[in-house]
Design a protein. Sequence first.
Lengths: 410, 488
Amino acid sequence: MVIRDRTATADDGIQGAVPRLVLEPGTVEEAVGAMARCAADRLAVAFVGGGTMLGLGARPARLDAVIRTGALSRLVDHAPADQVVTAEAGMTLAALNEALALHRQRLPLDVPFSSRATVGGVVAANTFGPRRTRFGGARDLVLGVSLVRADGTPARGGGKVVKNVAGFDLPRLLVGSLGTLALLTTVTFRVHPLPETEVTLLFPGLTPEQVRALASAWRAAQLEPSSAVAVFASDRLDLGVRFEGFATGVADQSARLLELARKSGRAGEQLDADGAAAFWRRHDAVRERGSLRVKIASTPSHLGDLARSWLPSLLGELSPSGAVIYPTLGIAFASGEPASPAGLAAGLRDARQAVGAAGGSLVLEGAPAVIRPVLDPWGPPPPSIDLMRALKQRFDPDRRLAPGRFVGGI
Amino acid sequence: MSGRASVTELAGRLSAVVGARNCYTSASELLTYECDGLTHGRTRPDVVVLPGSTEEVAEVVRLARAAGRPIVPRGSGTGLSGGARPVPGSVVVALSRMRRILEVNLEDGWIRVEPGVINLDVTRHVSAAGYYYAPDPSSQSICSIGGNVAFNSGGAHCLKYGFTVNHVLGARVVLHDGRVVDIGGPALDTPGHDLLAALVGSEGMVGIVTEVTLRLLRKPEATRTFFATFPSTDEGGEAVSRIIAAGILPAAIEMMDRLAIVAAKAATGLDWPDVGAALLMDADGPTAEVEDLSARAVQIARDAGALELRLPRNEAERQLMWKGRKSAFAAVGRISPNYMVEDGVIPRSEIAPVLREIESMAKEQGLRVANVFHAGDGNLHPLVLYDAREQGQEERAEQLGGDILRMCVRRGGSITGEHGVGSEKAAYMADMFGPDDLETMKWVRAAFDPDGCFNPGKVFPSSRLCGEKPGPGGVEHPAVRSGEVQRW
Ligand SMILES: Cc1cc2nc3c(=O)[nH]c(=O)nc-3n(C[C@H](O)[C@H](O)[C@H](O)COP(=O)(O)OP(=O)(O)OC[C@H]3O[C@@H](n4cnc5c(N)ncnc54)[C@H](O)[C@@H]3O)c2cc1C
């Protein structure tokens, strides 16, 4: 077995940490070989898929090698009748969804940069999009994984059926672990049918209170949108709500939501295909652009704080700037270019303090080099940090997997 | 054993923490705690304590550990895989006194409860406001949230709504050294490793859960149900496949075979016809959507060869249909002196061939198997019928049950879809996972509980504990016997 390797260039770096060696396994067996080599040579190693989320987390404390998973891009198995798919870790979400679409199915993880983001990367970084509202995130869709441990040993967890409670839940444990516990080589997901139709409604120019009231109203009316996103437009919010499914149900739910809004004096409209695409592009731009990218996780009842206080304190320091809120999840994303680094660092600190006091978190998904040294990308570690350290100690006792990149310096 | 405090000494110290009334050591008091819902495997613990708060649990753990005792957490004791079965010399920590509902936040959709709270009481608490807790094991009127968390329990409706793991937002846990740790919380995506994923489904082996924050859902606007009969499970299985292939996600879709239908009829007096298979499907969601889905599914069932289709005219009729379905399990007691229940999973597209294979495997052993199962997610509950009075039947039933589980693994499935591994299925873990897979899982456990003091001997295959005889039994869980719940 010859694993492709080469000398690294600056492009192979993670936040400026450049490895000596790049390994590019083309099969799962080669990935095992690559990990074994890193173990034998005691190399500090990080994993790169599409490279779309390398701004998440801190700069690696040490980095000898990078394993790029891009050549691990096969669809291993798709059982349409079982709605289960297994893909190699380096397959892009776009390629996976193209293959699934042939059978009128999809993996409803509508992540940013889906043409580059890989299956393994999305799981490791726990990336998601607006459809999390209805379908959940990676942890709600993953069924099984194969992985390679720090010691070079391949292992599996979970299974290939939608229901399975045998053993400790390695697949979900790896969701969001950012390459600190093991290399993912294949992932098995539950997939969903492609909807017959989808409709986006736009309610422009709302106050945070109006967004909150409308969300309460549709919940009271038992409507079930698949996405809800409020895009910041100067001091107002443009709320987009998407329904998906069979045409009858979608038409009925859309009409009912428009009526609910009308009754409370809010104007809304059903966007045509172009209008809907344009709205979702506005959302995507916030998620994908900017040297600074921030995620705030709180709860839906803090929408007012998010929109009136936490986000504005950041957006004031960015130009251009943008923000979106997923009101039913209590999550927001902001992005842009810093006007003054010092002001931005202070703004981030203030926002983080306030979010934390309300039980939430503020995490950097991307930051210019000037911000990095003055702000921990994760914020204060959660009270369970000791357990995370213990976990890391078991999985990677020599601290060779993405050392220093994770929460609390893990 | 040297170095170990005597039972009396230890009980004295524990009583000082939880109160003498909540600390048991006499044989008659311990009897209830010798087993869980799997009543044939019994081991007497040395002490049972019922703490009333997180602080008491932490103190109990410290004392038990200092005394060198294994600790076995316990909820309602309804588990069906021997998960709460004590080990010799153990201290059982029963959470049944910790039944407070601590906090509710409907706008953010969560509720914080103590672990002894009964599953159904969560829904009852928020039902008037139009909310509910989705995971609905059939034991929901008696099983505890702590047990659900430990076993990642599911129910008929987890096809659409997921299992316990999809509905736990946070937990407070007492660790092996008495430390109390909070994991997660109402806000999503706590930075760091997903420790909730490690906790949920860990079968009491990582610590004692003393508070849980659960997700609450708004009730669906409408539910539509239909019951369809088929000449055989071939057509029934085909109907399920076609419904799913049409892009319909039922809230629940359940199937029974001939023997299970016969038993259910005998138990409930329902006027179900004598047919080879029956399907019961729920669709739920906004009214217009559900009526559309349900009509499509009914048409598909017809096209797949349904003999008869029944739509309930009102909620009472609907409940009756579900009662028939849910009673099928206990009802087999009417057609066989003894039975054991298995809990395997297969890819759902293979239902028909798998059922045929089970039938021929049963024939080989000279036994009968009734099948009642969650067809939508391929979770089979084969009920192996036997007569313990007949020489050798029990052993053959046990053999058959094991062969069925191994067949599930061969077909790419699992040895358990909802009942957990416990002590009963630990031996089969090696059929599903290799040594390295199991070792990796052990690392997770060891990160929480390095000395393995919580619930030793579960999940991971090992040599049997001394004096134990694994195997099936004909004894019902008391709650099933009394008719309080249907086993399912
Ligand atoms: C009639 C019947 C029907 C059933 N139907 C279903 C079903 O539809 N779906 C399903 O999934 N299961 C079902 N079960 C199985 C059982 O009810 C579930 O596994 C349930 O979750 C067990 O809850 P319990 O409170 O009885 O837990 P126990 O049986 O007391 O304990 C189960 C496990 O949890 C651990 N544990 C309990 N509390 C804690 C705690 N606070 N902290 C840490 N560990 C803890 C125990 O050590 C043990 O390993 C059924 C059982 C019966 C008897």
